[in-house]
Design a protein. Structure first.
Ligand code: EPU
Length: 445
């Protein structure tokens, strides 16, 4: 008998009001799990989010022999028991983490193999920077149909790398390679997202010697060994921005706990520019609301400190409620607007173009990727039992926001994609008076 497909049924149209706590950030939690493998002793990660990507990563770590235990919101990892360098794809699926394991495990083993990568289909997402980095540290990499195999003959050696683009994942690979390599490593054009800075803090707490400086440069003095540590997972800035958009789009009032407002950077500026308001209530508590009639904006996604590509989906829903023509130019991924078509079915007025609208031409200017969106508002959204299917994780929460502001009932399919990155969505949103249920799709269609 096949497992029933779960979906969300949302009855929307009212302001969403209440308090919510941002859970630990997916894009740090899974990286911290990999970092723990560099140590000789156990690590404890607290404020751990109950999300699918963590479960996938946990299954990969267990499969190679690491001892992983969950105690409440603390995840304990003991790498001493690792016995295999052959990382399989667990039954729970795959994500972007295998490519990080390739570099991290290469200090412990002469040969490491990882499976092909999963994760959201939002562009080609090549891994050439990672593979190139491993080779610069003295390893070799073979690409097979099943995945990647890295090898080394001697201890990895520190090196100088200039990343062609400040990739988050490639910067993490370079950090994992550099901290235990012999001698000095310099990473130029590195990513400086808050989750990267947090990872550097964690690695320093484990004994790594890492210097950051202005201009995206990271210097590492390799050490012989690292020890486990205790590390709280920082609140998810992508989640927090999504709750802000929900407050603004629904004309509600949402207080988000567990978030450092500094990590929301330029999101706060754009949110205010379109008519959103916020109040800093405590060091990690921010209240979001609508302070004026919403007005349009021109937004260009970029690496940090720019407007995150992971914020554009909830912000697009907010812009459907702004009066006038808004533009979003997606410059990080070439194919991240697939979710807009379903929004038009709910009454939004959006169009895509292959041109670079907004600022300067981006890396995709000569290719045929629909990477700029035009959003004409304000359009009230309406749902009449509409069934919309989630194409990727961030689009998933954007659909929840769209359904929350749409008058009527929407059914959202493909929630497993959303739940890879967001935990306890239904109970947390129900507490803010949103009529949302997790249902068996077969029973509601
Ligand atoms: N790129 C290459 N070659 C590489 C690596 C990256 O060309 O070897 C390109 C990518 O194709 C993309 C750009 O560089 O165009 C940026 O990619 P990056 O490596 O920064 O992305 P990532 O590390 O794979 C992480 C997050 C993403 C987030 C991006 C950008 C994780 C697990 N994923 O991806 O999050 O959008 O950084 O901030 O940390 C999500 O959470 O839904 C998500 C997609």
């Amino acid at each position: 008998m096949s497992t029933p497909e779960l979906a969300y049924r949302i009855h929307g149209g009212d302001p969403v009001v209440g308090q919510i706590t941002a859970l630990g950030a997916k894009n740090f939690a899974t990286k911290a799990m990999v970092a723990a493998l560099l140590a000789e002793t156990p690590t404890e990660l607290s404020n751990f989010p109950p999300i699918g990507d963590v479960a996938i990563t946990r299954d990969m770590l267990s499969a190679i022999g690491a001892t992983v235990q969950v105690r409440g919101d603390v995840l304990a990892i003991d790498p001493a028991s690792i016995h295999s360098s052959n990382v399989p794809t667990p039954d729970s699926g795959s994500n972007r983490i295998p490519i990080l394991l390739l570099g991290a495990l290469l200090h412990r083993f002469d040969e490491v193999s990882v499976p092909v990568l999963g994760g959201c289909k939002i562009g080609e997402r090549p891994v050439d920077f990672h593979l190139d980095a491993i080779e610069r540290f003295g390893g070799t990499v073979t690409t097979t149909e099943e995945g990647y195999v890295a090898r080394r003959r001697t201890r990895l050696k520190g090196t100088q790398i200039k990343l062609p683009y400040p990739s988050v994942g490639a910067t993490e690979t370079c950090l994992f390679l550099g901290v235990l390599a012999e001698g000095r490593t310099v990473i130029a054009n590195a990513a400086i997202e808050p989750e990267i800075i947090e990872l550097i803090t964690m690695l320093r707490a484990m004994g790594a010697v890492i210097f950051t400086s202005a201009g995206r440069e990271i210097k590492i003095e390799g050490v012989e060994r690292l020890q486990g540590t205790r590390m709280p997972i920082l609140g998810d800035r992508i989640e927090a921005a999504s709750w802000a958009c929900l407050a603004g789009a629904s004309d509600g009032d949402i207080t988000v706990r567990g978030i450092n407002p500094n990590n929301l950077g330029n999101f706060l500026a754009y949110f205010q520019q379109v008519g959103g308001g916020f109040e800093l209530l405590e060091p990690d508590v921010v209240r979001f609301f609508r302070r004026a009639r919403l007005s349009p904006a021109v937004v260009e996604t970029d690496v940090y400190p720019g407007f995150s590509t992971d914020w554009q989906q909830p912000f697009a829903i907010l812009l459907t409620q702004a009066n006038g023509i808004s533009i979003i130019h997606e410059t990080v991924y070439e194919n991240r607007f697939g979710y807009l078509r379903a929004l038009n079915q709910l009454g939004a007025n959006t169009q895509l173009t292959t041109h670079c609208l907004g600022g300067l031409p981006c890396r995709y200017s000569d290719a045929n990727h629909e990477h700029s969106a035009i959003i004409v508002g304000a359009t009230p959204l309406r749902a009449d039992g509409h069934v919309i299917t989630i194409p990727d994780l961030r689009a998933g929460l954007a659909y929840v926001i769209a359904a929350a502001i749409a008058r009527g009932t929407s059914i959202i399919r493909g929630v497993h994609l959303l739940e890879r990155g967001y935990g306890d969505v239904v109970p947390r949103l129900s507490r803010m008076n949103l009529k949302i249920e997790r249902v068996n799709l077969g029973e509601v269609l």
